[in-house]
Write a protein that binds this ligand. Sequence first.
Ligand code: UDP
Length: 234
Amino acid sequence: MKYKRILLKLSGESLMGDKQYGIDNERVKQYAEDIKAVHSKGMEIAIVIGGGNIFRGLSAEKSGMDRAQADYMGMLATVINSMALQDALEKVGLKTRLLTAIKMEQICEPFIRRRAVRHLEKGRIVIFGAGTGNPYFTTDSAAALRAIEIKADVVLKGTRVDGIYTADPEKDPLAKKYDEITFKEVYEKDLNVMDMTAFTLCEENDLPIIVFDMNKTGNFMKITNGEEIGTLVK
Ligand code: UDP
């Protein structure tokens, strides 16, 4: 096994599938199957999901809302997504725990680092909900923070593109994909991997990031086997 413990970051938007808003159950099911396959190899898996398919604090601020208030709403959106994924994971027979940075005792456990690690050791999939619990942050930052706290070997950022490119591949047909890149090069070339807070946190704690396309079934397995199908930042 290439990694013992991983943190998988999924954006809220990735859960939409081809829809414009909300959650596509087929997509969530596909993720659950992919996660099950990797888990069956004995890998410990923690997950952070975004909320952008439901609510984004920054966009709401632009429409006149108080930013902190809007960010808390965004954090609640991540809990909705986390619960959808938790349900799908349990439907395929996995044991899961949802731990949130904002207490919601009727539906999940509060985030306690030692407890999260214990769940992982026992083979449960751990989902971290409600981001960092603080406004003005993102779920990328939550992914970096939690990964460091639980001593994950790597952050796997599952997106709809298959890696980091010299330019936006959806706009520029000449854009080239990097197989590997350093943290320094990402700064120098002003590439967009994660927001700066998250990115710096990974760099300072020697936590590698791999960006890959999670929407192709089997890719998650390939990445965890060490196949070079995404972009490794280290
Ligand atoms: N958010 C926050 N603090 C956090 C994580 C998330 O305030 O620690 C809020 C923020 O408003 C953000 C929203 O939750 O816009 C949804 O998260 P994010 O945008 O990171 O989701 P993604 O882009 O991954 O879908």
